[in-house]
Design a protein around this ligand. Structure first.
Ligand code: NAD
Ligand code: IPM
Ligand code: MN
Length: 356
């Protein structure tokens, strides 16, 4: 069966890193019995420019019919003040596909250790499970008048239950610990999260869990990141904490993500944005996109073997110092991508039985 993949390259560095991700996908799939077909669609600012909407109907329909979606990044100053912004397109596709669970891993592999701005004595490997289709991003009412503006933070029991199960299921496959991050000393929604999480936790006796207020959690991510296994949190806190967590690997440009619902296609995207400040220079770090491709291979196509080849090649590349300026190097996006592809090819070559 041919895997159908919708490709949303988006804006600014979006197309630059998408090109890198697709090159790595082509290289890792070669001769591996993984056939795929790409469906490139305008989205975000590119959707506005080409089709008059950040989420053109055809892009949404194509995404709905596909097996997985790759998204690079959208937005930027070009569309500031547009009647419908690129960011609204991003929120709309998450909502339309019911992608309520956003998985954002933070891992400092031995190869990445030298790029981390913090001194780690213990391994850092945690995952942020961010609720993605509710909370203050979507709550109603919402309005702006001449006197005030209003956003609403709202969560239902059911929305909290389903994301909590995602977090605890994930913990079962990891080190069996969940930290709920909230602001339960102030917010009613957070108090509800605490109540529901305590109930669901009884279904998972093997998993320990604790809670942390979001202000303290943001400190602990810097001070002692190895204490975390699975961080479970609501939409806005997850947005903020995941950029902070990314930086302890050395760069925001290294972190991929997966967004999934109960069924239907999942979406894979870097956690960062379109980086207008470096767009067009060919120096964007491709790791976030390349690792998003690896996550897609594991979770949508059951090809963890290919994903492992990608992550080994990324480690070998950063180990060798071929890195973009965000990690302190002087490689271009293309040079780094070629180095990753070469490592994939080399590792295969050395396994060929007739190669002596
Ligand atoms: P950003 O994440 O685009 O950039 C923040 C900083 O990180 C910048 O200095 C940028 O150069 C750097 N950076 C990000 N990715 C990098 C990479 N791969 N390699 C090297 N450096 C990288 O955040 P911002 O500047 O606040 O936002 C820019 C636009 O992106 C805004 O329109 C925002 O709404 C949008 N945005 C989109 C997404 C998305 O598509 N999922 C996510 C976040 C922000
Ligand atoms: C992200 C981004 C988006 C979010 C924006 C662009 C709407 O920051 O994917 O982290 O806040 O979810
Ligand atoms: Mn964000």
């Amino acid at each position: 069966m041919t895997a159908q993949i919708t490709v949303l390259a988006g804006d600014y560095i979006g197309p630059e890193i998408m090109a890198a991700g697709l090159k790595v996908l082509a290289a890792v799939s070669e001769g591996q019995n993984f056939d795929y077909q790409l469906h490139e669609m305008p989205f975000g600012g590119a959707g506005i420019d080409q089709a008059g909407d950040p989420l053109p109907a055809e892009a949404l329909q194509t995404a709905q019919k596909s097996d997985a979606i790759l998204l690079a990044a959208i937005g930027g100053p070009k569309w500031d003040g547009a009647p419908k912004t690129p960011e609204q397109g991003l929120l709309a596709i998450r909502k339309a596909l019911n992608l309520f669970a956003n998985i954002r891993p933070t891992e400092i592999s031995p190869a990445m250790q030298k790029y981390s701005p913090i001194k780690n004595t213990e391994p850092v490997d945690f995952v942020i499970v961010r609720e993605l289709t509710s909370g203050i991003y979507f709550g109603q009412p919402r309005e702006t008048t001449s006197e005030y503006a209003l956003d609403t933070m709202r969560y239902t029991n059911q929305e909290i239950e389903r994301i909590t199960r995602v977090a605890f299921d994930m913990a079962m496959k990891r080190r069996k610990h969940v930290t709920l991050v909230d602001k339960a000393n102030v917010l009613d929604t957070s108090k509800l999260w605490r109540k529901i999480v305590a109930q669901i936790a009884t279904e998972y006796p093997a998993v320990t869990y604790d809670t942390s207020y979001v202000d303290a959690a943001s400190m602990k991510i810097i001070a002692s990141p190895s204490q975390f296994d699975v961080i479970l949190t609501e939409n806005l806190f997850g947005d903020i904490l995941s950029d902070e967590a990314a930086q302890i690997t050395g760069s925001l440009g290294t972190i991929p993500s997966m967004s999934r619902g109960s069924n239907g296609p999942s979406l894979y995207e870097p956690i960062h944005g379109s980086a207008p400040d470096i767009a067009g220079q060919g120096i964007a770090n491709p790791i976030s996109m390349v690792k998003s491709v690896a996550m897609m291979l594991t979770h949508s196509f059951d090809r963890a073997d290919l994903a492992k080849q990608i992550s080994d090649a990324v480690d070998a590349t950063v180990e060798s110092g071929v890195v973009t300026p965000d990690l302190g190097g002087n490689a271009t996006t293309d040079e780094m991508t070629s180095a990753i592809i070469n490592h994939i090819k080399e590792s295969r070559h050395s396994y060929e039985p007739d190669h002596v």
